[in-house]
Ligand binder design. Structure first.
Ligand SMILES: Cc1ncc(C[n+]2csc(CCOP(=O)(O)OP(=O)(O)O)c2C)c(N)n1
Ligand SMILES: CC(=O)[C@@H](O)[C@H](O)COP(=O)(O)O
Ligand SMILES: [Mg+2]
Length: 641
């Protein structure tokens, strides 16, 4: 039998399908999702949960005329399959292939680029207001999960949208999960809407009840009004959203296509902002993902039969894992250590700490700004907070780092995971700006370990330091180096000379130390004597060692897994310029000032010249007096073309 999916080249092709056709298509889409993501890796469970929701949206709204904005965007695979990217779906998240997130450069059906959470309602409201001001007429829909709804921006936007009263639809996709189980009062409220029969009895019934209460005399009338209000709070589902100015529709079974088509048609013809509360199951239709939705939230290649993730044999533990276990060790020695995550206990390695010290662990939801200021408060209260956070997500809490932590010199440790290129998630998630935005803050200490052993020492160093510290490490396995017994504190601002040399100095940071050492070995066999320095600190820099080697070799190559503008190499340039050192040839190797797309991390690093071969080439060119070009073709791709 010809698969229906093979005939879907654009959402217009859905018009030919009746309900049973759509249900058949939903089954085929699930199979396609599982078979593709088992090879490419990706966000499987969120997409399995929104198959019917996406079909219903595309049945009612006509993209690209109507705009659908996917919050976070990790659940956009079904949308991509329906909007002309079916034949390139196998290239998902691969270098040169289609992105795992909505990407307007990739398709006119992707109305807005996302990747970071809780932006959809703001963007949708902006588009709706632009439409109104230009006198245009189209639908705008934001699809946001219950996890993303815990982010402050979502509330800021709801507040504003309720005030503006323009036509806008917010679809709340409630599966009771963030990556981990969702947390907080909002989550409890949504659970009540889901489960309490009082809440789901329906507005008509309540209105009928209220109309039957007679209002006699002004005082009695006022009392009756108050009673009506309190009854409304008790009984009307979605009262919270209604109070903000939204019409609340729901809760709706998010796996019932017809019910959703009906409710979206109703929402579409309603004046003003509407919130449609849709209930879905994360991982729906693939038992291993239904049973472990957090593991299948974002998953690597896996075996379809067993659901087991395909692991590389003998790979050393990741930096994340070493961080998580070391924090537990240190937490046992010092009760003042507390840990904070913004909805990523497993991804940051904090699950270990959460299990060991549940009362000293805080999952704040997708609320990075709150996480940082909460840490400031905990530090002001005499504790030693560790905020474990992906480099890319700390970007949104910059003012909290500066104003709430650093300005008061509070001892908060920022454990910046995914510092560097993350690989398949691509441009939205690469953590390549943290050195720039952190090293400019007075009082901040910024460091990067060369290996997992040094990570342990740096964590200890950070926790003993009396002010704010950030340590960044990559999304990668460790180097497999031997690990010392007890973590010890390192001298702040001191680099480590790993190899002596006279012809050139390789000044490497973090993940780049190991390839630099290897490159020096290759160069030695060609008669070139390269010194290798593990910088350890970006702030404060080891001015003494850097100056000494600059003067000795007169040639320096700085190497960092970070954007070149404002990064480690820039800090070294500033130092040498400030010291008035002239006639020193400095080459900065790092990530060129472009947004880097998705692909395997090792491949992206190679394209940036950040491998042993790349470093050797740069040194040889340098010695021949040639400059290395660091502009690479990584930012211009349109995906799949
Ligand atoms: C600012 C920010 N913080 C954290 C994340 C990591 N993250 C991606 S998806 C997700 C959970 C989203 O939950 P929800 O919105 O309910 O979507 P679901 O996966 O359940 O469909 C988190 C924490 C992110 N993308 N952006
Ligand atoms: C969509 C999102 O932001 C997360 O799911 C992210 O993709 C997780 O990345 P890791 O796989 O590096 O934990
Ligand atoms: Mg969710």
């Amino acid at each position: 039998m010809t698969r229906l999916l093979s005939k879907i080249n654009s959402p217009a092709d859905l018009a030919a399908l009746d309900l049973s056709g759509l249900q058949q298509l939903a089954r085929e889409i699930r199979q396609e999702l599982v078979e593709t993501v088992a090879v490419t890796g990706g966000h499987l469970a969120p997409n399995l949960g929104v198959v019917e929701l996406t079909l219903a949206l595309h049945k009612v709204f006509q993209t690209p005329r109507d705009k659908i904005i996917w919050d976070v965007g990790h659940q956009c695979y079904v949308h991509k399959l329906l909007t002309g990217r079916r034949t390139v779906f196998h290239t998902l998240r691969q270098y040169g292939g289609i992105s795992g997130f909505p990407c307007p450069r990739e398709s006119e059906h992707d109305a807005f680029g996302t990747g970071h959470s809780s932006t959809s309602i703001s963007a949708a409201l902006g588009m709706a207001l632009a439409r109104d001001l230009k006198g245009e007429n189209y639908g705008v829909v934001a699809v946001i999960g219950d996890g993303a709804m815990t982010g402050g921006m979502a509330f800021e936007a709801l507040n504003h949208a309720g005030h503006k009263r323009t036509n806008l639809i917010v679809v709340l996709n409630d599966n009771e999960m963030s990556i981990a189980p969702n947390v907080g009062g909002l989550s409890r409220y949504l659970t009540r809407l889901r489960t309490d029969p009082m809440y789901s009895r329906g507005k008509e019934e309540l209105e009928h009840l209220l109309k039957r209460i007679p209002a006699i005399g002004p005082r009695v009338a006022r009392a009756v009004e108050r009673l009506k209000d309190s009854l409304k709070y008790l009984v009307v589902p979605g009262m919270f959203f209604e109070e903000l100015g939204f019409i609340y529709l729901g809760p709706i079974d998010g796996h019932n296509i017809q019910a959703m088509i009906n409710v979206f048609q109703q929402a579409r013809s309603t004046q003003g902002p509407v919130l449609v509360h849709v209930l879905t199951r994360k991982g729906r239709g693939y038992p291993p993902a239904e049973e472990n939705p957090d593991q299948f939230h974002g998953v690597g290649p896996f075996d379809i039969q067993t659901g087991r993730v395909i692991k590389k044999e003998g790979e050393p533990p990741s930096y994340t894992e070493v961080f998580g276990r070391t924090l537990v060790e240190l937490g046992r020695q010092d009760e003042r250590i507390v840990a904070i995550t913004a909805a990523m206990p497993a991804g940051t390695g904090l699950s270990h700490f959460a299990r060991a010290f549940p009362e000293r662990f805080f999952d704040v939801g997708i609320a990075e700004q709150h996480a940082v200021t909460l840490a400031a408060g905990l530090a002001a209260g005499g504790l030693k907070p560790v905020v474990a956070i992906y480099s890319t997500f700390l970007q949104r809490a910059y003012d909290q780092v500066l104003h709430d932590v650093c300005l008061q010199n509070l001892p908060v440790t920022f454990a910046l995971d995914r510092g560097g290129l993350v690989g398949e998630d691509g441009a939205t998630h690469h953590g390549v700006f943290d050195l720039t935005y952190l090293r400019s803050i007075p009082g901040m200490v910024v460091m990067a370990p060369a290996d997992e052993n040094e990570l342990r020492h740096m964590l200890k160093t950070a926790l003993e330091h009396p002010g704010p510290v950030a340590l960044r490490y990559p999304r990668s396995a460790g180097t497999g180096c031997p690990v010392d017994g007890e973590p010890v504190s390192l001298p702040v601002g001191r680099a480590q000379v790993l190899r002596e040399g006279n012809d050139i100095t390789l000044l490497a940071l973090g993940s780049m130390v190991s390839p630099a050492l290897e490159a020096a070995g290759v160069l030695a066999r060609q008669g070139i004597s390269a010194a290798v320095i593990n910088a350890r600190f970006v702030k404060p820099l080891d001015e003494e060692i850097i100056t000494r080697y600059a003067l000795r070799t007169r040639r320096i190559i700085t190497i960092e897994e970070h954007n070149l503008e404002g990064g480690f190499g820039s800090a070294v340039l500033e130092l040498l310029a400030d010291r008035g050192l002239r006639n020193i040839q400095i080459t900065r190797l790092g990530i060129p000032g472009q947004f880097i797309l998705h692909g395997r991390r090792s491949l992206l690093l190679a394209r940036c010249g950040l491998t042993v071969d790349g470093l050797v080439d740069t040194v040889l060119n340098n010695l021949k007096g040639r400059r290395t070009s660091v502009r690479v073709n990584l930012g211009a791709g349109t995906g799949g073309k």
